[in-house]
Ligand binder design. Structure first.
Ligand code: FMN
Length: 217
């Protein structure tokens, strides 16, 4: 009887867990939190790269980049690798891959698929954007700051979100330097064209985008 109860509980726990993951989501390996170059070496090698090879990123690289950028590093407090003003954590990191649009779910360290269209060409006006393997899009969910759909959002409402995004983007820069990847943070983003392709609500605001890939030799 005791064994049956334990079996039923285990089965329910596994089923519940599976329900949370759709088959299109990307389940990444755990980030490598102990590897990489020493911090001072990564800082010395941090740079903007705008020419990328055709190589895809590995799942491990994707995992390390997302965790370094905006992952949870203190699970008991749900706090992150980057600071955020008043700990509102309104920045959402979307990953635009050839296979579709994904939202980084930091709690479970999974990329949740939003759709399966290749929208890389909408992420920027520079030619490398459409062919690089990954564009991260940093979006401020102003709903977390009390803005409802249809509310006017002024530039001055977004000051903290720009600052918060800067910290995340620098983490990604340092992770790229550490893993011999290249990246460029970009303000040149056609936001009016990209937002509908991402299906964003009117109280979600695109802040910046960051292209990542393997540097071209
Ligand atoms: C807020 C911000 C916006 C930027 N926007 C773009 C951009 O749209 N396109 C681009 O190629 N580089 C962009 N850059 C990258 C800068 O041009 C780059 O950081 C600068 O030339 C210094 O080079 P470094 O990063 O290698 O030190 C941006 C950088 C920042 C901080």
């Amino acid at each position: 009887m005791k064994k049956t109860i334990i079996f039923v509980i285990c089965f329910m726990a596994i089923s519940l867990n599976f329900n949370k993951v759709s088959s299109q989501d990307i389940i990444m390996p755990a980030p490598d939190k102990t590897g990489g170059k020493p911090l001072m070496q990564a800082l010395n090698e941090r740079q903007t790269i705008r020419a990328f090879s055709k190589d895809e990123l590995t799942l491990q690289q994707l995992s390390d980049l997302l965790w370094a950028g905006w992952g949870i590093n203190r699970p008991d407090l749900k706090k992150r690798t980057a600071p955020s003003a008043r700990n509102v954590q309104e920045i959402e990191v979307y990953a635009v891959l050839q296979g579709g649009l994904y939202l980084y779910d930091a709690d479970s360290h999974i990329l949740r698929q939003i759709h399966n269209k290749d929208i890389r060409s909408f992420c920027g006006t520079q030619d490398f954007v459409a062919t690089a393997p990954l564009n991260l899009v940093y979006v401020a969910d102003m709903g977390k700051l009390g803005k409802k759909e249809g509310d006017v959002i002024k530039d001055s409402d977004l000051h903290w979100s720009y600052a918060n995004t800067g910290f995340i983007a620098q983490n990604v820069y340092l992770c790229c330097a550490s893993e011999n990847l290249g990246c460029v943070i970009r303000g040149m983003v056609p936001k009016e064209k990209l937002a509908p392709e991402m299906g964003l609500r009117s109280n979600q605001v695109i802040i910046l985008s960051q292209t990542v890939g393997v540097p071209q030799n």
